[in-house]
Write a protein that binds this ligand. Structure first.
Ligand SMILES: *[C@@H]1O[C@H](CO)[C@@H](O)[C@H](O)[C@H]1NC(C)=O
Ligand SMILES: *[C@@H]1O[C@H](CO)[C@@H](O)[C@H](O)[C@H]1NC(C)=O
Ligand SMILES: *[C@@H]1O[C@H](CO)[C@@H](O)[C@H](O)[C@H]1NC(C)=O
Ligand SMILES: *[C@@H]1O[C@H](CO)[C@@H](O)[C@H](O)[C@H]1NC(C)=O
Ligand SMILES: *[C@@H]1O[C@H](CO)[C@@H](O)[C@H](O)[C@H]1NC(C)=O
Ligand SMILES: *[C@@H]1O[C@H](CO)[C@@H](O)[C@H](O)[C@H]1NC(C)=O
Ligand SMILES: *[C@@H]1O[C@H](CO)[C@@H](O)[C@H](O)[C@H]1NC(C)=O
Ligand SMILES: *[C@@H]1O[C@H](CO)[C@@H](O)[C@H](O)[C@H]1NC(C)=O
Ligand SMILES: *[C@@H]1O[C@H](CO)[C@@H](O)[C@H](O)[C@H]1NC(C)=O
Length: 881
């Protein structure tokens, strides 16, 4: 019986590490192996031992323990040694996390000196921590989507006291909440308020463990109601019944309720989340309705919070300015004043700077462990640039991952052989290993470091002959090679002479050999174990890049359409030439077997989960049609995700219409119709020829590319599947930045259909006909369809068609094209034609124009008459599938 009791007791103690799903709660400085449930919070904390190897455990002063009753605040880890010390925590890449670090000094070191230090997240500066009150805990909190399978939280000693940390908490949020256009969200000045409440809350009142603070200005009146947990209708933000059961209204019934602040920096961008619920059951003659103004402009009209239901209104894009002011103003007929239960204010911070290329990180990590390098080598080797590892130099190239270009380990007490990991640092230009005790040969792999310009191996115990290729390079002058003061080293020719050895040596060696063997076996074993422990981040992508460095030039022959990042570097000649920039990333010119290709590298914010990206891309690679740009291959290594397309020599339709190619004759009416037919056919194929059908979602003139024969091809199709949602499908309070091509019905219904692509195509067709900009100003009738529509009533087709054509077109075909375009942009999706109908109608239109130009035999000479008739045949063939 005692035994069962004991077992039950043990089971209670051994609560699983993450008792709250989606929570990672780390008590920094807690004793190794500890896992406990904090009594007042009911949150399960674990010790930080598995997440860091450095630092010193500490405990706050006993009077502070009395003052701060939460157990996770009692311990901390401080970092008296090293400039940068890092926690490494495994996460799910692409998931949405609330990440919070907590600091409570509590005079743990008895010195009563309040420190100040920097906080990094991976390669990015997150914030500066300034401890202002020894007795108060303070937190830094962000909402962030990690692009790797782990995050690194680093504390940096900036010379203002010893860094320390008390707790780290990660909470998984729902994926499509707190979405930004760019960057991560930092809670602004702890402005997350549970309005009308007397006390602050966190878990379990809030399922996501957000901290809700108290704020009660004088001119607000508190309201409260009792809302049981299960009667509140929640939304994805899930503020919870306790938070929503209190609210405020203006003390003066007719005055507005105002939230305003003045940012330090006018360019700072803010995201605002307002949570409402009606606390009263309104009677028949009562109404509560208010408009929400943002800096004087209507942000959300006629807001009427629903009874016992959470309504959340939020920014879809950042707001900035000298002053930011949200004002809730009662409408004329409302019998009750505005009400609000809670709000949150976030500031955008850019945490998108890329980490060092994974292959380089793995190599340098391995070098560090092989030689037991005693330096402050913690966190990301190259980034941020200000915290570059001592002895390294790196190249930085904007959105691409930094690469290690120099390694200087001179006078570092290294012994053993020159480690093969060095050969994985493929961008190395300088290698200095001088003044150590390195032995063995000068390895051949150094030859393969193509960029190496300086190699210093002086003052070691290297032996054997120097690879002749290195000597050649040095004679050519492309490599500065220093090998002096290695007593046993020789150039190829002279080796026999120096290899003559003392007779005593073999005997000494054989005796020592046994001893060394006896000692070396356990040591090797330890090193091996250590190695595998240190290389936690090694993953499958590493194997790919390894493969390609070994086979070097064979990658072009590989059947697979998957390319390593190393391949991509070769194809694009280190991202040498930019040929385009888009929302999803930058496009570079590259060459595979001398065939030009366009390589689109997705920006880190657009990077997707490994599996999903792979699956979608494989699907798209199979789509082939003469009017769709072919996807040739892809790269999928960590945050380096890229797509390789066929290269389209003549740019895009938008550029042609805007007159960028002034030198070439301006697109004639016939050519325009041909482009329209091509694009329509491409789109029609996506809708009817593909199973499952593909919705393009981004049809626009800039996405219609022309090859050297002016054949038009639709590009970027299916990218909406490959690249995560850009936020356009979220319920939003304001229609942010109308793109002009976006189906207004999609916006209001949130349902994406094939008819949305038809709408966008109609807009493109209007552009082709009129060459007007899609949006003019911000006026209501700014959209091209509205402007054209009002001109149609005048009946003057010449005034509508692009004046640059100088009347050189068939009037009937112009009317016909216009008719098709206007049908495509019908507000009601049901009135828009099927793409197959659009194709047939446009082909007929083209035929009319061809008939005319053939007659005139003038105009455009680029198409011979013979070619025209051949084209005509094929154009009117039934579409083969
Ligand atoms: C969020 O997205 C990530 C990556 O795409 C995925 O692994 C995870 O399961 C998603 N989480 C939820 C709750 O949908
Ligand atoms: C620090 O915070 C404690 C607790 O809120 C407060 O009593 C004390 O006055 C503060 N000390 C200073 C120096 O502000
Ligand atoms: C807040 O405190 C006031 C005064 O102490 C009290 O009247 C009110 O009921 C409290 N409100 C809540 C929601 O606890
Ligand atoms: C209440 O607000 C209205 C409108 O802002 C203002 O005209 C009125 O003077 C205010 N009343 C009091 C008592 O402050
Ligand atoms: C609303 O209606 C109730 C009866 O249903 C009545 O007693 C009350 O005076 C009315 N209030 C207003 C403002 O008209
Ligand atoms: C307010 O109510 C009056 C009378 O019922 C009505 O004429 C007016 O249109 C309403 N105003 C608004 C903005 O709804
Ligand atoms: C590091 O590289 C940069 C640019 O390549 C160069 O300007 C700088 O001098 C290098 N620093 C060292 C210490 O080699
Ligand atoms: C490597 O560092 C040492 C001193 O730290 C310096 O003297 C030497 O010039 C450096 N080597 C190179 C190649 O920059
Ligand atoms: C993190 O993930 C790596 C690789 O999947 C694994 O080897 C390591 O044990 C994990 N670390 C922790 C603390 O769970």
């Amino acid at each position: 019986m005692w035994i069962t009791f004991y077992v039950a007791f043990l089971a209670l103690l051994l609560i699983p590490a993450h008792a709250q799903p989606g929570f990672i709660s780390i008590d920094c400085g807690a004793e190794a192996g500890v896992s406990y449930t904090e009594q007042s919070l009911t949150i399960n904390y674990v010790s930080d031992e598995n997440f860091i190897n450095t630092g010193v455990r500490g405990t706050i002063a006993s009077e502070e323990i009395n003052r701060n009753n939460q157990q996770q605040l009692w311990n901390l880890r401080s970092f008296p040694e090293g400039k940068r010390n890092c926690y490494k925590i495994n996460v799910t890449r692409g998931s949405n996390y609330l990440i919070r670090t907590t600091f409570l000094y509590g005079n743990y070191d008895g010195r009563n000196m309040l420190p100040m230090f920097d906080l990094l997240l991976g390669a990015n500066v997150w914030d500066t921590v300034t401890i202002e009150n020894a007795s108060l805990d303070q937190s830094k909190e962000i909402i962030h989507v990690p692009s790797l399978d782990f995050i690194q939280i680093c504390l940096v000693n900036t010379g203002n006291g010893t860094p320390f940390i008390t707790a780290i908490e990660l909470r998984t949020l729902k994926n499509d909440t707190y979405v930004t256009q760019f960057g991560s969200l930092e809670l602004y000045k702890n402005w997350r308020f549970d309005l009308g409440s007397n006390r602050s809350y966190r878990y379990w009142v809030d399922v996501y463990d957000r901290f809700w603070y108290v704020w009660i200005p004088d001119d607000w009146t508190k309201l409260s109601a009792s809302i049981p947990d299960d009667s509140l209708k929640q939304n994805d933000y899930r503020p919870g019944a306790t938070i929503m059961s209190t609210a405020v209204t203006p003390a003066n019934d007719s005055a507005p309720l105002v939230i305003r602040w003045e940012p330090k920096d006018e360019t700072e961008e803010f995201y605002v989340y307002l949570h409402f619920t009606e606390l009263q059951a309104l009677t028949g003659n009562q109404t509560r309705e208010f408009n929400i103004m943002s800096n004087g402009k209507l942000w959300f009209p006629n807001c009427s919070p629903e009874y016992m239901k959470v309504n959340t209104l939020y920014s879809k894009s950042g707001t900035s300015g000298k002053e930011i002011k949200f004002s809730l103003e009662r409408t004329e007929n409302s019998t009750l004043p505005p009400i609000i239960s809670a709000f949150e204010i976030y500031r955008v911070i850019d945490l998108q700077k890329p980490e060092t290329l994974q292959g380089d990180v793995d190599a340098i990590t391995s070098i560090k462990s092989v030689y037991g390098v005693k330096r402050d080598w913690e966190g990301d080797p190259c980034a941020p640039a200000a915290y570059l590892w001592d002895g390294l130099n790196c190249s930085y190239n904007g959105i691409e991952s930094p690469r290690i270009t120099a390694l200087n380990l001179s006078s570092s007490g290294l012994s053993g052989k020159i480690d093969p990991s060095i050969s994985k640092l493929t961008m190395l230009e300088k290698l200095d290993l001088s003044n150590n005790n390195l032995n063995g040969e000068v390895p051949d792999f150094l030859i393969h470091l193509q960029h190496l310009k300086i190699l210093n191996l002086e003052k070691n115990d290297l032996s054997g002959s120097i690879p002749s290729a290195l000597i050649e390079k040095s004679h050519e002058g492309s490599l500065s090679l220093s090998v002096d003061q290695n007593p046993y080293l020789c150039e190829s020719g002279q080796c026999n002479v120096t290899k003559k050895k003392n007779i005593v040596t073999p005997i000494v060696v054989s005796i020592c050999g046994v001893l060394i063997l006896l000692i070396a076996v356990p040591i090797l074993w330890i090193i091996k174990r250590k190695k595998s422990k240190d290389s936690v981040a090694v993953n499958h992508q590493n194997e790919i890049s390894q493969q390609s460095t070994e086979k070097d030039d064979s990658f072009l022959q590989r059947k697979s359409q998957m390319y390593s990042y190393y391949d991509v570097l070769q194809i694009t000649n280190n991202f040498n030439r930019i040929i385009g920039k888009g929302g999803f990333g930058t496009v570079y010119l590259g060459f595979i077997d001398e065939t030009p290709v366009a390589v689109k590298m997705l920006s880190p914010s657009a990077v997707h989960g490994y599996q999903q990206f792979q699956a979608e891309v494989k699907l798209l690679i199979r789509v082939h049609h003469k009017n769709l740009t072919s996807l040739i291959g892809y790269c999928n290594e960590g945050s380096n995700q890229g797509l390789i397309y066929e290269y389209m020599a003549k740019g895009n339709l938008r550029e042609h219409l805007s007159g960028k190619y002034n030198e070439s004759p301006f697109l004639s009416w016939k050519e325009r119709l041909r482009v329209a037919v091509d694009a329509a056919q491409g789109l029609e194929y996506l809708q009817n020829g593909c199973k499952p059908p593909i919705i393009h979602r981004d049809v626009k003139s800039a996405n219609i590319l022309l090859d050297e024969h002016f054949q038009a091809k639709l590009s970027d199709f299916g990218l909406s599947k490959v690249v995560p949602d850009d936020g356009a499908s979220h319920v939003s309070t304001i229609v942010a930045g109308t793109l002009g091509y976006l189906d207004p019905h999609y916006h209001s219904s949130n349902r994406l259909t094939q008819k949305s692509d038809v709408y966008s195509f109609g807009v493109v067709l209007l552009e082709i006909i009129t060459n007007q900009s899609v949006m003019a100003g911000n006026e209501e009738n700014g959209h091209i369809s509205e402007r054209v529509s009002s001109m149609i009533s005048t009946g003057d087709i010449r005034a509508i068609v692009d004046s640059r054509l100088e009347g050189n077109f068939d009037i009937n075909s112009a009317w016909k094209a216009l008719e098709i375009a206007m049908a495509c942009v019908s507000p009601n999706p049901n009135e828009r034609p099927m793409m197959s109908v659009v194709v047939i109608e446009l082909q007929a239109t083209l035929a009319t124009e061809l008939a005319r130009t053939e007659h005139n035999n003038g105009g455009d000479s680029r198409y011979s008459v013979a070619a025209v008739s051949v084209d005509l045949d094929t154009e009117f063939m039934p579409l083969a599938r």
